[in-house]
Design a protein around this ligand. Structure first.
Ligand code: HAM
Length: 419
């Protein structure tokens, strides 16, 4: 029997209320902050993602779904949303619009990850990107948007972690300090960290191996090696977050899994740590647009995984509104009644009344069971007698009451009752 591919899931009808609930919060919050929607293709040139994420990141080394199309072009399923939005920004001349350009997206994301609870090979991200402005007030806005989004969903017990990893000017100095520090550690590094020390020292801070934790915890803090401009940027951001009353913790080990970040990086985690803890993260990427061939445009963004949000909504027992279903079911007995039922269902729907109709040859009892399982408020019953008298029996499902209504008046009667 076929199964959904490993690491992918079906979103069944029972799960849909959670997705609609999250989508509604996305529309509400992006509307409040003025972040317009953008949709980009599911695949892009492979080199776009390689150049953006960085050659020595897990995404590029291990996780991309890359394939050649029939024309011999190397394409990759979107492993994250940011490079695609940057590509669109450059391609459509958005640097000529008033800056910053504020965009949001909801997109499937593909990563060849090891599947487990909250980690999938196809997941969905809601993300925002604000491009064309270096002001730390914009960093504060993006963090505030993320924070408000989680609050809108009713999520609590979340912790915001913050760091600054400097810019092109001050990062090399910090990396030298970091390399020097690690070189002085006795041979305790894991194999991955030995490579990181050579190829991408910032990633040393990100190591998850137990043996590397004491060394990584005691590393010199990046925010102590910032150039004056980056230090001022970071100070102002912290001041603005204070004004917004958003609590945060500085975490000098927070470097994120992508190489394009500059200055601000942040992550949001549930306070009670589960398996997959990070619910959302982002940061500044002041050089990426230029590296992808655009005019220099500093930027900041954030993305959050919708499956992980839903896991947290369930863990925190947040009640979700049910999705509206049909309000009326038409049950019928016999062929003549069926023809009347088809007519009436069409009339009711035209009048804006959500209407389901039974099909097949089932007993009235079975049809009423169906009405109950659909949760309709009224069942319209049409049998031989009703056909003869051009009436229907209207049954209120919340009590035992029923009445006879002329078929011609049914839409009007239901509209009054359902108001
Ligand atoms: P990211 O931290 O790699 O950032 O992913 C964002 C969020 O996607 C994570 O916090 C997590 O909730 C979710 N996520 C990541 N991988 C998986 C997975 N395998 N299964 C389920 N959920 C997952 C980025 O992608 C950046 N583009 C964010 C950004 C936007 N930075 C600047 N702008």
């Amino acid at each position: 029997m076929y199964q959904a591919a490993r690491g992918t899931t079906d979103i069944l009808p029972a799960e849909q209320p959670y997705w609609r609930y999250v989508e509604k919060a996305i529309a509400e919050v992006t509307g409040l902050y003025g972040y317009q929607r953008i949709d980009t293709p599911v695949f892009e040139d492979t080199s776009l993602f390689r150049r953006s994420a960085g050659e020595y990141t897990d995404i590029v080394q291990k996780e991309m779904y890359t394939f050649d199309d029939r024309g011999g072009n190397s394409l990759t399923l979107k492993p994250e949303g940011t490079p695609a939005v940057c590509r669109a920004f450059i391609q459509h001349g958005m640097q000529n619009l008033p800056q910053p350009v504020k965009l949001h997206y909801v997109s499937p994301i593909f990563r060849y990850d090891r599947p487990q609870a909250g980690r999938y090979r196809q997941h969905y991200q809601f993300g925002v990107e604000a491009i064309g402005e270096a002001d730390p007030a914009l960093d504060a806005e993006v963090i505030d948007l993320a924070w408000r989004f989680y609050r809108t969903l009713g999520l609590t017990r979340l912790a915001l972690q913050l760091n600054s990893i400097g810019c092109k000017k001050c990062r090399p100095g910090y990396l030298a300090v970091l390399k020097d520090y690690y070189a002085r550690q006795p041979g305790t590094l894991c194999d991955d960290c030995k490579i990181r020390l050579e190829k991408n020292p910032l990633r040393l801070l990100d190591c998850k191996q137990a043996t590397c934790q004491p060394v990584a915890d005691a590393t010199p803090e990046s925010f102590k090696y910032l150039c004056p401009e980056c230090a001022e940027h970071f100070q102002k951001l912290q001041k603005y977050l204070g004004r917004l009353e958003i609590p945060f913790k500085l975490n000098h080990r927070l470097v994120r899994g992508l190489d394009y970040y500059t200055r601000t990086v942040f992550e949001v985690q549930p306070e009670l740590e589960g398996g997959q803890s990070t619910i959302g993260g982002g940061g500044r990427y002041d050089d990426l647009i230029e590296e992808l061939g655009g005019k220099p445009a500093p930027a900041i963004g954030f993305a959050t995984g919708i499956e992980r949000i839903i896991l947290n909504i369930k863990e925190q027992n947040i009640s979700i509104p049910a999705l509206p279903g049909p309000q009326v079911l038409i049950a019928c007995l016999g062929e003549e009644a069926r023809e009347t039922a088809i007519n009436l269902a069409a009339q009711l729907r035209k009048a804006g009344i959500g209407t389901a109709m039974t099909t097949g040859d089932r007993s009235l009892k079975a049809q009423l069971r169906q009405a109950n399982s659909l949760g309709v408020r009224y069942t319209v019953i049409i049998g031989g007698d009703e056909v003869k008298t051009a009436t229907v029996t209207l049954k209120d499902m919340s009590g035992a009451r029923q009445e006879t209504v002329s078929a011609a008046d049914l839409a009007g009667r239901l509209n009054r009752l359902l108001k």
